[in-house]
Design a protein around this ligand. Structure first.
Ligand code: NAP
Length: 270
């Protein structure tokens, strides 16, 4: 049985701890670190998990999940450098930080796996993409897959694809929220009360997502099934095409990928 320490139990770190407990991990096999004692006490009380400082967590745990903000990584790496060994698996959830940064700052041979999760981890529906660093093998990826399966789905991608993943599923929930927001506005334009418009659209989004996930049908097939000749849906689709919504999505996601690349370059010389 592995001991897992979450370094930085903020939104994502807490969601992971909570998911691991729900998945049946014993609280005794989990640890976390937090900067503020009040937050640490609150989490220990809520979940029955021990808080520790970073060096203690690093000495105790087999798997260290780094979930601090990317800008807070330096002191964490300093703390880890003296205590981790090649027996410790380091899993980084930090957006944009390359595995090479960890490998440069930690002792030689420490296996590092980079993860791009997304916020639906907070409701156990994350999409996480994982990439091995130089010293991480299939056995390490399997450990990370098992951990993250407690809070959603997991895919393996080469690290070179992490900028694309960031643009697609990392930022992806925000695009859906934006669409839902616009559709609720449309309901209000048509004279529906806001609460009714929200209920109609949120449940339509939940239903559409469940159909995509559960039927395994291509989205085109599902859309065609509700697009009857000269009907209402095709009138709406014509407007979406006329306003270039598909092209806008392609350009938007490409822009997000480019931004992720730029942010990543800032860490090349760290
Ligand atoms: N949220 C997302 O959509 C998302 C998606 C993909 C990836 N991620 C990545 O997930 C990571 C966590 O994000 P988040 O949204 O959960 O951030 P967050 O809520 O700010 O959580 C980070 C936590 O780490 C604590 N911390 C910072 N430095 C520490 C240290 N040296 N020792 C112990 N604890 C420390 C912070 O404490 P303070 O309160 O004192 O700062 C905070 O509680 C980030 O690297 C982010 O890039 C997030």
């Amino acid at each position: 049985m592995t001991t897992v320490a979450v370094l930085g139990a903020g939104k994502i770190g807490e969601a992971l701890l909570s998911g691991l407990l729900h998945a049946g991990r014993s609280a005794g096999d989990l640890l976390f670190t937090e900067r503020h004692p009040e937050r640490a006490a609150e989490l220990s009380e809520r979940y029955g998990i021990r808080a520790a400082d970073v060096p203690t967590a690093a000495k105790t745990a087999d798997v260290l999940v780094v979930a601090v903000k990317p800008q807070d990584i330096d002191p964490v790496l300093d703390d880890l450098a003296g205590v981790v060994t090649a027996e410790t698996l380091v899993v980084s959830l930090c957006a944009g930080l390359p595995t090479a940064l960890f490998e440069r700052r930690l002792p030689d041979g420490v296996p590092v796996v980079r993860v791009m999760p997304n916020t639906p981890m907070l409701v156990g529906e994350a999409m996480s993409a994982i990439s091995p660093g130089r010293h991480a093998g299939p056995e390490h990826l399997a450990v990370v897959e098992e951990l993250l399966s407690a809070v959603g789905k997991v895919v393996r991608v080469p690290e070179s694809q992490q900028d694309a993943v960031t643009a697609l599923s990392g930022s992806g929930p925000a695009y859906f929220f934006y669409l839902v927001e616009a559709m609720i506005d449309a309901g209000i334009l048509l004279g529906l009360p806001r609460a009714v418009a929200e209920k109609l659209i949120v449940q339509s989004a939940v239903g559409a997502a469940a159909m995509l996930a559960e039927t395994g049908e291509h989205p085109v097939t599902l859309r065609e099934a509700v697009t009857s000749p000269a009907g209402t849906t095709i009138m709406a689709i014509r407007e979406l095409e006329k306003h270039g919504v598909r092209a806008a999505l392609l350009a938007a996601i490409e822009a997000a990928r480019d931004r992720s690349r730029d942010l990543g370059r800032a860490h090349e010389d760290d």
